[in-house]
Write a protein that binds this ligand. Structure first.
Ligand code: 5GP
Length: 209
């Protein structure tokens, strides 16, 4: 059982590191989690539909939302805006769930300033060669895009040291188990358990009287 307060789990990775597979494995294997659906100006890929992986909106709408202060964090990634709506966190709190965010290193840094107790996890492909193979295997991108993603990955991975955990994603199943273990261990931290400890202590105190 989880503690009463909402914990925030940030997962970042260069594209092609297999992060979305890991995140869906985590979401289906661990209870009381909710995924933050980001807003983006990038066009949908393949059979992505608005409201599932992302809310797809126009640049104008995104900028209006920035002006209205609706984002907890936002960043420009590969020339498109991506942002986390404040309501994701409020909704998770209202439902007593922990929040999982799949956001880039810029967004993770912004969130850590606002929510220092957020837990951050950096997912790393085992090598550049394997990352390239994975990007080519999903055959969604042109050669030029793949080259840019690899160059961006080389820059992004330098930020690993700002994260609490690093997960080297060699194989999906063990990686999902590690992610689940991180969530469970973080939930058991004393600081996150205070709300549940107090009533237990109260039962012992009542007995002592
Ligand atoms: P993709 O377009 O491949 O789905 O995502 C590109 C990058 O944007 C990924 O690194 C992903 O983690 C990041 N991203 C997705 N949503 C958000 C968000 O709400 N905020 C930030 N800062 N990055 C995001």
């Amino acid at each position: 059982m989880k503690s009463a307060a909402t914990s925030v789990f940030i997962i970042s990775a260069p594209s092609g590191s297999g992060k979305s597979t890991l995140v869906s494995g985590l979401m289906s294997g661990v209870p009381d989690l909710t995924f933050s659906i980001s807003y983006t100006t990038r066009p949908p890929r393949g059979n992505e539909r608005s409201g599932e992986s992302y809310h797809f909106i126009s640049r104008d709408e995104f900028e209006d939302r920035i002006d209205r202060g609706e984002f907890l964090e936002y960043a420009n990634v590969f020339g498109n805006y991506y942002g986390t709506n404040r309501s994701s966190l409020e909704d998770a709190k209202g439902r007593g769930l922990d929040l999982v965010l799949d956001i880039d290193v810029q967004g993770a840094a912004q969130l850590k300033v606002q929510i220092p107790e957020a837990v951050s996890i950096f997912v790393l492909a085992p090598s550049r060669q394997i990352l390239e193979q994975r990007l080519r295997a999903r055959s969604e991108d042109t050669d030029e895009v793949i080259r840019r993603r690899l160059a961006d990955a080389a820059k992004e991975i330098r930020n690993y040291s700002a994260y609490d955990y690093v997960l080297i994603n060699s194989e999906v199943e063990p990686s999902v188990r590690t992610l689940a273990a991180i969530v469970k261990a973080e939930r058991a931290r004393r600081a996150r358990m205070e709300d549940r400890i107090r009533p237990i202590l109260a039962t012992f105190e009542a007995e002592a009287l």
